[in-house]
Design a protein around this ligand. Structure first.
Ligand code: ZN
Length: 385
């Protein structure tokens, strides 16, 4: 029988815990197995939010999370009255947003089971927002289950994390990602193994790379950059290329989604129904949505740039392992020759410095530094041999 838990790749160690909780939850009791606050942590791509959403589905589905019934499907697409998925587009979740959320979820679940709130970026809670949330989590006897997600335990206030059952997700192995791409997405073995390897266990990126031609050609362009940094002009050009690719990738992904969201909102305000204009408040709501979409687009460019920088880091990592005579563990198996010839022209120290320069640039971007300027500074550092 299919289950929403089938989608959790390489997370066998938490499956048993979640399934026991689902069984216990049907008795409606707060038992050792079932508790009302959970914290999912794990590296990017390990599937924190997909695990939390699968758990939410299993809690509200009358079939333990079959994945196919109308409850399961509605929960997944944020259309279920008892499942709320909080996705943040901005860099922080403010106290007003939490207060508003708390009024929304104060009602008993409409279908008599559980009300589940999935918060995908609990690490973005401001301190006052976290404190407001804490009060709700502490409240005993409610039918609300909180599923918080964050990269690590340290990203969440100690007061919050001490009240949550903690589940640590792992980066799935290359073999596990390869297998799921072959079984579920029907990707040929060699290709599945290659994309799993270069995506380093990030299943979403692996799948995207395997199925999208533009993603493949963009990756190729990015991975050629280290060989093209012969002059200052070339370094600045490389930075521009990197930012252009990230922007284009992010825009392609967000344009279609933005349009659908606007249409839905216009419909909600009655546009087109009787040939009249939108009901009162419609244009204000649209303006707000557009503002949110804009900040999401900015964040998506940063995310996509971050992915590109991680790819670049694997190049220098491969240079290092080649210099150490360990060619078997190369990640970018399509670039063995280029990596070998680069390795001869630089020292091991240089590769380490370049990797740390890349990590520093990622950190700056995460703290809102200007993308182009950050990439320009980085490329100048990478240009040194
Ligand atoms: Zn179901």
């Amino acid at each position: 029988m299919p289950s929403v838990f089938d989608d959790l790749v390489g997370q066998e160690h938490i499956l048993e815990i979640l399934q026991a909780a689902v069984v216990a939850s049907q008795n409606g009791l707060q038992t050792q197995e079932m508790t009302h606050a959970w914290l999912f942590t794990g590296p990017p791509g390990s599937g924190r939010s997909s695990s939390a959403i699968a758990f939410a589905q299993a809690l509200i589905c009358s079939n333990n999370g079959c994945g196919t019934c109308s409850d399961c499907r509605a929960a997944r697409s944020s259309g279920h009255p008892d499942v709320e998925i909080i996705r943040t587009e901005s860099l922080s979740i403010k106290v007003e947003e939490i207060r508003e959320l708390l009024t929304r979820v104060a009602w008993a679940p409409s279908l008599g089971g559980w009300r589940v709130v999935v918060m995908e970026d609990a690490d973005r809670l401001t301190e006052s927002a976290a404190n407001a949330l804490l009060k709700a989590i502490e409240e005993p006897g409610t039918r609300t289950v909180w599923l918080l997600c964050a990269p690590t335990l340290h990203d969440v206030l100690p007061t919050i994390r001490s009240r949550c059952r903690h589940l640590q997700l792992r980066t799935p192995s290359i073999a596990a990602v390869t297998k799921v791409l072959m079984d579920r997405d029907k990707i040929l073995p060699d290709k599945a193994n290659f994309v799993a390897r270069v995506s380093q266990g990030h299943i979403g990126r692996a799948r995207y790379l395997a199925t999208d031609d533009t993603a493949q050609s963009n990756r190729h362009l990015i991975m050629q950059l280290p060989m093209q940094l012969g002059s200052l002009t070339a370094a600045l050009q490389a930075a521009q290329t990197l930012v252009d690719i990230a922007t284009e990738t992010a825009n392609t992904a967000s344009e279609a989604r933005d349009e659908i969201e606007i249409e839905k909102l216009q419909e909600a305000y009655g546009k087109g129904a009787t040939g009249r204009g939108m009901a009162a408040g419609g244009s204000k709501a649209i303006k707000e949505l557009e503002k949110d979409q804009k900040s999401r687009a900015t964040r998506m460019v940063r995310d996509s740039l971050d992915g590109a920088l991680l790819d670049l880091a694997t190049f220098y990592r491969d240079v290092m392992v080649t210099q150490a005579g360990n060619r078997d563990s190369i990640i970018n198996t399509d670039m063995v020759e280029a990596i070998a010839s680069y390795s001869k022209t630089s020292s091991a120290d240089a590769a380490i410095q370049k990797i740390s320069a890349i990590m520093q640039a990622r950190l700056s971007l995460a703290q809102n530094a200007a993308p182009l300027a950050t990439c320009e500074a980085l490329m100048c550092q990478l240009a040194k041999r």
